[in-house]
Design a binder for this molecule. Structure first.
Ligand SMILES: NC(=O)c1ccc[n+]([C@@H]2O[C@H](COP(=O)([O-])OP(=O)(O)OC[C@H]3O[C@@H](n4cnc5c(N)ncnc54)[C@H](OP(=O)(O)O)[C@@H]3O)[C@@H](O)[C@H]2O)c1
Length: 246
């Protein structure tokens, strides 16, 4: 299987890449941290990946997206890309971003616009090759804007809505678009939080992602109980919801 992993150094992406390496996948990894990328490459090689390409890129540098995607396309050649996983992101300090536009713009770029930029470059290639799956990690935070997390949530919602439209557009060409919405995941992004019952490991999330890819799901909540939790959260009347301090 030919897999492009964008934001490859993330805990979730790394766990996914490890799983596919054990199945002798061929991988092209994009991340911004050179040394982390090299360590990951070596680790995945040992785990069984047949071929690994790497590309260093700060994903806020949109002008370089085209070259990065072209490098991936060249790497995989005629066989094409079976799966592209987009997994980078950052969890902003809500209090800081809600009063600083430049900061908010940066976070919305990291968690939203940069993904749109990547998809604008990836979608025509997938359409042309006539197969493959675009899997994008968004978040349950995009399901409803909460007082404590609405800049991040708004950026993720932007991507989820974009994916809904893209899914229909690419359907006739045989390309599948998957929206992956994890709940609470114990990763570097959330290191400052106390963990409890609802938390999952990146490894568990990766297991669910692999299963969802196999089943070509449209929108997947990980673990599945988050679908129910978010259905309840979405059903709360706005008059009540706006008073909730969470
Ligand atoms: N953790 C959660 O509770 C949770 C819940 C729902 C959704 N998610 C989503 O899951 C995805 C993966 O997050 P994670 O939990 O695995 O956290 P993570 O390990 O902190 O991963 C975040 C990754 O994004 C990369 N990144 C951020 N800005 C970047 C940029 N400008 N250019 C290139 N790479 C950039 C980071 O690169 P560096 O390694 O170089 O810093 C890091 O590898 C994200 O989209 C996140 O929003 C996470």
């Amino acid at each position: 299987m030919n897999i492009l992993v964008i934001g490859a150094s993330s805990a979730i992406a790394t766990a996914v890449a490890k799983r596919y390496s054990e199945r002798q996948a061929c991988l092209f990894l994009i991340a911004r941290n050179v040394s982390r990328l090299e360590l990951l490459r070596q680790d995945l090689k040992v785990r069984g990946a047949t071929r690994i390409g790497t590309h260093v890129l700060d994903l806020l540098d949109h002008e370089k997206h085209e070259a990065a995607i072209d490098a991936a396309i060249q790497f995989f050649g005629d066989a094409g890309i079976d799966l592209a996983l987009i997994c980078h992101g950052s969890l902003p300090d809500q209090k800081a971003v809600e009063k600083d536009f430049e900061l908010a713009q940066r976070e919305i770029d990291t968690n939203g616009l940069s993904t749109v930029s990547l998809l604008i470059r990836l979608a025509p290639h997938f359409e042309q090759q006539g197969h493959g799956l675009l899997a994008i990690v968004t978040s349950v935070a995009g399901d409803r804007g909460r007082q404590t997390n609405f800049v991040y949530g708004a950026a993720k919602a932007l991507v989820s809505t974009y994916l809904q439209g893209l899914r229909g557009k690419l359907l006739p060409s045989g390309v599948h678009v998957m929206d992956i919405r994890p709940g609470l995941v114990d990763s570097p992004m959330t290191q400052q939080f106390e963990k409890g019952l609802l938390w999952s490991s990146p490894e568990l999330v990766a297991e669910h992602i692999e299963k969802a890819v196999r089943r070509k799901r449209d929108t997947v909540y990980i673990p599945g109980y988050w679908r129910l939790i978010m259905a309840v959260v979405r059903s709360i009347p706005e008059a009540v919801f706006k008073r909730l301090k969470f």
